[in-house]
Write a protein that binds this ligand. Structure first.
Ligand code: IPD
Ligand code: CA
Ligand code: CA
Length: 269
């Protein structure tokens, strides 16, 4: 695929993420203005794993638009969309990453939209409606926040690394994740937990944090954000040094990546 084609997929990712995000934001505002606060919230895998009618509305809206504009492409979405590809391309959608934030009105939430050719993500966008920011990238074309190119920070010492992480919805595994963070904490500058893996990856890309790690994610959490971070100059692995994957991921600025991998290996028990 050439750069012009990748750029055009990037524009479609941006448009889908922005418009689906606006739909969810408008819905939230309407509910708040009515004073009912009724987002149609339910639980999924555990009492802490939330879904709202706006997660579903955002995903259906993206799926419908793709069925008009890219009828032969596959679509995988968190809220159940699973359409096989006839073109070799498929879309990977998290209609709202950071649903807990959406419910509470904490700003780090938004749609994550990526498109892949085979196993390679070629374009992606993450839109954060409450701040109006869109992060996006095309393979080989760099990363940007709205109209401005972005790149990672360049810390060289672990002690100056601001690191983001997240916690899944399985109570027992949260204990493991919490202990991992506790053992890292004395060695780094500080830790942030935004509540959106997609936003965390974009935060590495634009220098709001220096690194991000998490495990037991799903592909829709990272598809767009990982490309954005890599195109901004980050490096990525699994927590044990293999290829990065939703199951296990560390994304960081190059100067501290090896030290972070070593530190995580020491604390990964
Ligand atoms: C979650 C967020 C969160 C991460 C969880 C994800 P959701 O996605 O990305 O930051 O820690 O592991 O499941 O449920 O809000 O789409
Ligand atoms: Ca998610
Ligand atoms: Ca989600």
């Amino acid at each position: 695929m050439n750069d012009t084609e990748i750029a055009s997929f990037r524009r479609l990712c941006i448009s889908l993420a922005r418009e689906a995000g606006q739909l969810a934001l408008d819905g939230r505002r309407t509910e708040m203005a009515r004073g009912t606060n009724n987002l149609g919230t339910n639980t999924k895998s555990s009492a802490t794993d939330l879904v709202t009618r706006y997660d579903q509305a955002s995903e259906s809206w993206i799926r419908d638009r793709l069925s008009q504009e890219r009828p032969d492409d596959g679509v995988l979405g968190e809220e159940g969309t699973n359409i096989a590809s006839r073109s070799g391309l498929h879309w990977i959608i998290d209609p709202i990453d950071g649903t807990t934030n959406f419910v509470y009105g904490y700003p780090a939430w938004g749609p994550s939209v990526a498109v892949a050719q085979g196993d390679t993500v070629i374009a992606g966008a993450v839109h954060i409606p409450m701040t109006g920011e869109t992060f996006h990238a095309g393979l080989g074309l760099g990363a940007a926040q709205d109209d401005d190119p972005i790149s990672v920070n360049d810390p060289q010492e672990l002690s100056s690394v601001l690191i983001a992480t997240g916690f899944g919805y399985d109570a027992e595994h949260r204990g493991v994740q919490g202990r991992r963070v506790a053992s890292l904490l004395p060695s780094v500058r500080d830790v942030r937990r935004s509540g959106s893996a997609a936003y965390d990856l974009c935060s590495v890309a634009c220098g709001r944090v220096d690194a991000y790690f998490e495990d037991r994610l799903n592909v829709w959490d990272i598809a767009a954000g990982l490309l954005i971070a890599l195109e901004a100059g980050a490096v990525a692995n699994s927590l044990d040094g293999g290829p990065p994957a939703a199951e296990s991921i560390l994304v960081s600025t190059p100067g501290v990546h090896a030290s972070l991998l070593r530190l995580l290996a020491e604390t990964n028990h």
